[in-house]
Structures are given as C-alpha cells and as structure tokens.
Design a protein around this ligand. Sequence first.
Ligand code: BTN
Length: 252
Amino acid sequence: KIFANTLFIGKQVISLPSCHSTNDLMAQLSAKKQLHEGAIIITEHQTKGKGQRGNQWNSPPGENLTFSVFLKPNFLLASQQFELNRIVSLSVLDVIKEFESSVKAYVKWPNDLIVNKKKIGGILIENSIHKGNIAESIIGIGFNVNQDSDLLVTATSLKNVFDKKFELEKVLLSVVEKIEHYYLIARSRDFKLLHQLYEEKLYLKDKVAFYEDSTGKFNGIIRKVSPEGVIEIEDEAENFRKYQFKEVKLLS
Ligand code: BTN
C-alpha cells in the first residue's frame, strides 16, 4: 500500500467497491462527525454519481477515479468559495502535465478540465457555510484515467491521451499531494499566486468563441475570472459581460 506524502490530506481513506455518490456519503459521515480534515472517500463504482447542473456522473466501474476530499477551509469567507475550484483545477492539471509536460491542459470555467478540446475531468464542490465562513467543503472529483470505450465525443481520458494505462492509486496520490500543496498556498493567503496560475490555464482565454446567455447567443472573448469566480466575456460591442456560475454556456 502506498501512502500520500502529505501532512493531512489522505491520512484517512475510506475505500469502497461501490456507493451511491462519494459526495453524498461524505456529507452523511461528516454529519455524524466521523471525518477528519483531509479525509478521502473513494469508490470503484458510483451508482448515483452527481455532476454539475443536476446531471449524472457516469463512469465505468474501476476504470476512472471518482472520489471526494473533506476540507475545513474556515479561513475562507463564503465569497471566496471559488478559491477551492482553483485549488482543485490546478491540482489535476499539474498531474496531467507531470506525465507529459508538452500536453496542453486547461480549465474550462468554472469546473471542467480539458485536454485536446475534450473533457477529462469534472469537479463538484459542496460547501457548508457557518457565520460567513466555509466550515466544511466536500470536494468531488471525477477524473477519467483508464476509460477507453464509450467515451462521449466530448470526453477523453489519460489512457486516450497518452495511449497507456495508469495505476489509479498512484494518480490519486499525485492529485491529493497537489491539492494539499495548493491548499496550503491558499491558507497562507497567497491568493494572487492562485489567481495568476488559474488565469494561465483558462480555456479559450483571449480567443473568440460562441456563447449563450439568458438574452441569446453571441461571439465573445473571455478576458478574466474575478477573484470571486465571476467570468468576464467581452462581446463584439466591446461590452464586458459578467456571469456567475450557470449564467453562460460555451457553444463552440
Ligand atoms: C461535472 O463535471 O459535472 C462534475 C462531476 C463531478 C463528479 C465527482 S465523482 C466523485 C464525486 N461524487 C459525486 O457524486 N460527484 C463527484
């Protein structure tokens, strides 16, 4: 058995052949005070995996990573929730880069990890707020590792990109070590560094693309993501349109 080279993330690991959703199970165990900060729940098979926007997250049993990490980031205000997205996105992207530094891996705001224009992973973060701060955070990660078959045209996996299989446990530990690395940067309040690194990895930044918001479709260019996670897209009339989660969709 391999152990994570970390201070606290991954010291408590709950590994199950199957469960509904690692995020949901983590919420249940957290309510029963059974988790330490840094706990991980990982399963080979989720029967009710949850994705963004109420979607399902389906992953063939045993081929990919589906896990959740338990954090207590009470140094973050509720308005700083997006720092957690940054931490996790940068972590997964670093792991992909470590296999092959020439690979272009991006984060598609707010939560999708992209390689070769296809989604290789997704993040679902569920926070509980106490007195204006984030008391507990359940960080769910779905990372396509060895999946080969049945990949949607819009999805990919490490196996697909690098043409070889990976040891799930090793990939998990690498992700976990990176999460702790970036989490400690956030805890030391170096948000500027996190913001800068995130902007560098932002998919379609400064490129024209086709978007849709509640008023219709438009051509625009992503200019930046604000500290709070609001995306700013410049449209053809040179207006800066600002969006929260779920208010805008990339069409092309
Ligand atoms: C998305 O891109 O839609 C987010 C996907 C998040 C999936 C992970 S898999 C582990 C954790 N448990 C869940 O039920 N969902 C997240």
